[in-house]
Design a protein. Structure first.
Length: 72
C-alpha cells in the first residue's frame, strides 16, 4: 500500500543566429505509471461475483506534455 510518484522534465534550448532563441521542454508526470488502488472501494460482499476487486484508483495514469517556445 505504499505510494510512489516520480515526475521528470527535460529541456533544451538553441540560439538561432543573434535574433532568436528556440526552447523545447518535455515533462512527464507519474513516470513509473504505478497504480495505487483506493482501499476504501474494495468490494468485500461475499454474495457478489466482484469480491476482492477495487472500484477506483487514487493515482492518475502517466501524463506527458511538450512545449516549444521561440524568444525574439
Amino acid at each position: 500500500d505504499g505510494y510512489i510518484n516520480v515526475d521528470a522534465s527535460l529541456a533544451k534550448s538553441w540560439n538561432l543566429a543573434e535574433l532568436a532563441k528556440l526552447g523545447f521542454t518535455w515533462e512527464v508526470y507519474n513516470v513509473t505509471n504505478t497504480p495505487r488502488f483506493d482501499v476504501g472501494t474494495l468490494n468485500t460482499a461475499l454474495t457478489q461475483s466482484s469480491l476482492g476487486f477495487y472500484s477506483s484508483m487514487l493515482t492518475q495514469y502517466r501524463h506527458m506534455q511538450f512545449g516549444l517556445r521561440l524568444d525574439f
